[in-house]
Design a protein around this ligand. Structure first.
Ligand code: 3PY
Ligand code: MG
Length: 256
């Protein structure tokens, strides 16, 4: 939003960002999360139930609550990556970026020429974020919006430096569940296993070496804190069903 530091500016200044993660396609939930102390709120189209309309409405609620919005798009849906930015998202998270070609496709969809091939049409982003005119948008959008490539497979880990080197990729987003699933050869989903510590630290260290942002999905506060401690600057916590369940638990425990 104009007048406030963008999510990109805060991350580049070294701030730690904790983001909400909303799977339920109801804008009021995203807005309610944004009214809490989260720095940012993301909506999930990959494993969450969001569609383009619920994403558009949720971004409105999040931004009206004064927070930046992020969108995780479905696998391979680079068209939606462009649309999420047109709808006013400040960050796009693309799952399963497993090759340099995937990373380049993400940049093409999210950055205006000459860096990428993003098509012109940000009317909603302009009005939502108070960007005064097209020239300002064109001059600022490539820096002010973030393209995060999910590194969450053995294949992507093997190509980590090549993916990080793609110009226009602002950071890598580590998905610990899929990473553990693929590193274990399909044997287990063990996002918090001891043997995950080395690849988790390596991803943060290599992102830092490339001057890029390390992001992760934290699930709970203990894991989120651990990610921050080992060099991640953008950590998502959730999804929203967990907020609801833990709120209900706390409330009922208060009765006993
Ligand atoms: C993963 O852990 O694989 C994720 O994609 C987190 O959302
Ligand atoms: Mg995943």
């Amino acid at each position: 939003m104009m007048g406030k530091p963008t999510l990109a500016a805060r991350l580049r200044a070294g701030d730690s960002i904790y983001s909400g993660w909303i799977a339920t396609p109801e804008p009021l939930i995203a807005e309610t999360a944004a009214r809490q102390a989260f720095d940012c709120v993301c909506v999930d189209m990959q494993h969450g139930l969001h569609d383009p309309v619920s994403v558009m409405r949720s971004i409105g609620g999040i931004v009206h609550a004064g927070k930046p919005a992020g969108v995780r798009v479905p696998v391979g849906d680079f068209a939606m990556a462009s649309r999420a930015l047109d709808m006013g998202a400040e960050a796009v998270i693309a799952p399963m970026i497993n090759s340099v070609a995937d990373a380049r496709a993400l940049v093409a969809a999210t950055k205006y020429p000459s860096l990428g091939e993003r098509s012109w049409g940000p009317a909603r982003a302009l009005s939502l974020q108070g960007i005064p005119d097209a020239a300002t948008q064109l001059a600022t959008a490539n820096d002010a919006t973030l393209a995060f490539a999910m590194v969450e497979t053995k294949q992507a880990l093997d190509l980590l430096d090549e993916i990080l080197a793609v110009e226009g990729i602002d950071g890598v987003f580590m998905g610990p569940s899929d990473l553990s699933l693929t590193l274990s050869g399909g044997k287990e989903v063990a996002p918090a296993a001891d043997w995950m510590d080395e690849p988790i630290r390596r991803i943060a260290a290599r992102a830092r070496a490339h001057g890029k942002i390390a992001c992760a999905f934290g699930a709970d506060p203990v894991r989120a804190r651990y990610f921050t401690d080992v060099g991640y600057h953008f950590v998502a916590l959730g999804p929203d069903a967990i907020y609801l369940a833990s709120g209900i638990r706390t409330m009922l425990e208060g009765l006993r």
